[in-house]
Ligand binder design. Sequence first.
Ligand SMILES: [Zn+2]
Length: 293
Amino acid sequence: MLLINGNLRSLLLVEIVMETLTVTLAYIIVFALGASIGSFLNVVVYRIPANISILWPPSRCPHCLHKLGKRENIPVLGWILLKGRCRHCKTKISPRYPLVEAITGIIFLLVFARYDISIETLGYWSFLSWLLALSLIDLDTMTLPNPLTQSGLIAGLLFQGILGFAQTSQLSGISSHLMTGIIGGVVGIWLFDIISFSGSILFRKTVMGGGDAKLAAMMGAWLGWKYLLLSGFLACLVGAFGGGGAIALKLINRQQPIPFGPFLALGAALTLFCGEAILSTYLHLFFPIALKF
Ligand SMILES: [Zn+2]
């Protein structure tokens, strides 16, 4: 009896150890995948505004143009191995590159932890990668390139179609999901036209660029109109506090234009991870009676 109990216990222990190992391995693979995509995003962010092909030439030192070796190309670790300098000309390589790779890795982990192995995970990995690239380009150049927002919008509609088919395996499922995306896109453009129109009357200058409306349309295609509105609201909230705080701390001055794209992207990310929780808390706080019926 004692022996059986002992055997059972060690079996259970082996099972727990195996499961922990599998989960850890899965997380390491997901992080590595995200970091590699982050490495590609660095290339996209650097080359698209400069109108250089993102496929050719391969990664090289921007100073001496020396092609990076296999080990130097490893995300995050490559930069650490090189101690942040080019192996040939010793020019400093910005810590932004490994940082973007690490952030993309973490984003991939968070999505995987929330949505597990699913079509949503694949979709939101792509969506958030698109948003990260657009945010960084907006911070660098104050523009949101059309090729990126347009391809992101089409990818969003494609995602809706695939999700509709996966959830219902019927044509009607595809069309209803597609409609969600299309309406979201239209609301995106319409909403931001209204905001920038009223802003231009109130402040007598353009508040947001045309790129922001296109980004909002892209977000609407991925999220649908309800979550797009929540993202826009969160973006304004974070923007008002973040921008106000930065002015108060004298990090930026009042005249300095602040790109709105990164705030929109942040709003979308917050909505993806806690949109449902925020919406239900809001409904409980402000419409407790309506919920009872
Ligand atoms: Zn170099």
